[in-house]
Design a protein around this ligand. Structure first.
Ligand code: HEC
Length: 392
């Protein structure tokens, strides 16, 4: 007598040839069946009339979906939320995204397909299957070739199938039942076993992370990064012959991208240097700021030579006069860098860019407040005469 909780009817065969014949025969009539053999039997796919799996469609769709999301996310983070110039590339640097898009497609496609199979097809958290632990499964894992047809198949008829299997030469035919408790099994989130198991895993994970981050990383040999051989300042060095642990760069060392100032007189600076900056708004603003900080105490806020130092230092000259209008930028630069007389050099306080900005700013003050250099007609004529003479 067949019980109600029937899962399938199974048959065992003794040779690969007989199972092939059985698969070929059964597949013409039934859809919900499967074959189990101890090793892959060649030609079985054709005998079972298997079509390519449809899981691939799921994999490619979910992969492409996640890829588009990733592309949008990279666009959003690099162009909208936190735009940064990286290596002079555009914010939306598509070629740089391609490897990530490729990886994400594969990663999400593979992982989510497996997750879908476990949860949807295998009905996780149910981890039982009627075939598990059956005599049928034991036999096909060792030396028999098995086939079974599920009771769910629309053409299913136990006695008809039993006869059919016998005719095909089955050595034994037997029913396979669901576990008693599995028949009307429903996932239950509040099942005490499930709840206790989940809490147990949470406690174990937290404990393990806590121990790793707070204890293990401070233990030998995982604490290497914390206990490094190093010399503190002022400490005697046992390595260097002179005993100093603080080292100075060898004589003549030049910092990367930095050419030391190389002119020793205002004349050579004047002759060989030109201002590499443009008096843009930003540049003049920088020049003004630096001028007011470093130069105005002695030269006055408008470079007019009004010192604020109340005679403690001789005031600097008015830098707007015709005399200084005729100074080249290189000569100004040399004065700022090396100083002049009692005025100290500013090589270490003011960067090179700032020095040029200060010069641009002084030029602006000269134009605004300086002595207008008006030439009489005679002077102009004189000038052009000398020029013509020179060219002749
Ligand atoms: C501590 C006061 C003081 C400060 C600060 C100062 N200078 Fe001077 N500066 C002087 C004095 C004094 C002279 C005249 C030096 C001399 O002729 O011996 C001078 C001269 C100059 C000259 C004329 C050099 C020459 O060859 O005639 C220039 C240009 C100049 N300063 C620019 C600047 C600039 C630009 C700054 C800001 C970076 C600055 N100074 C900051 C006191 C100062």
């Amino acid at each position: 007598m067949i019980k109600e909780n029937l899962y399938a009817i199974s048959a065992l065969f003794d040779t690969p040839d007989s199972i092939m014949k059985a698969a070929d025969n059964i597949s013409t009539e039934y859809k919900r069946f499967d074959v189990n053999t101890p090793y892959p039997v060649h030609g079985m796919d054709d005998a079972m009339k298997l079509t390519p799996s449809r899981i691939g469609y799921f994999t490619i769709s979910i992969g492409l979906f996640c890829m588009s999301f990733m592309l949008y996310f990279m666009y959003w983070s690099n162009s909208v939320d936190y735009p940064q110039v990286i290596g002079g590339k555009p914010f939306f640097a598509f070629p740089a995204y391609v490897p990530i898009m490729f990886e994400i497609t594969i990663l999400t496609g593979a992982v989510l397909s497996v997750a879908m199979m476990i949860s949807v097809l295998f009905k996780f958290p149910n981890n039982a299957h009627p075939l598990h632990d059956s005599g049928y499964m034991k036999a096909v894992s060792s030396d028999k070739y098995g086939i079974y047809v599920e009771a769910k198949d629309s053409n299913f008829d136990y006695s008809k199938l039993e006869k059919q299997f016998k005719e095909l030469g089955a050595s034994s035919v037997s029913p396979i039942y669901y576990d008693e408790e599995e028949v009307d099994w429903k996932p239950n989130t509040w099942d005490p076993k499930f709840v206790i198991g989940t809490i147990g895993i949470a406690i174990l994970t937290s404990f393990s992370v806590y121990m790793h981050m707070n204890k293990v990383l401070f233990m030998v040999p995982f604490d290497w990064m914390m206990n490094q051989e190093r010399a503190d300042y002022g400490e005697t060095s046992e390595f260097f012959a002179d005993g100093y642990s603080m080292r100075v760069a060898p004589v003549g060392t030049i910092a990367r991208g930095f050419i030391p100032y190389q002119y020793d007189s205002p004349d050579s600076a004047s002759k060989y240097m030109t201002n590499p900056t443009v008096a843009s708004e930003h540049n003049l603003e920088l020049g003004q700021r630096k001028f007011l900080t470093y130069c105005s105490p002695c030269h006055g806020n408008m470079a007019e030579g009004a010192s604020r130092l109340k005679g403690n230092m001789p005031p600097g000259p008015d830098l707007r006069t015709e005399f200084y209008q005729n100074f080249t930028d290189g000569r100004f630069y040399h004065t700022i860098t090396k100083g002049k007389g009692i005025m100290a050099g500013y090589e270490s306080q003011i960067t090179r860019e700032e020095r040029w900005a200060i010069i641009n700013y002084i030029r602006t003050l000269q134009k605004a407040f300086g002595t207008p250099v008006v030439k009489t007609e005679e002077e102009i004529a004189e000038n052009s005469e000398t020029k013509t003479e020179a060219s002749e």
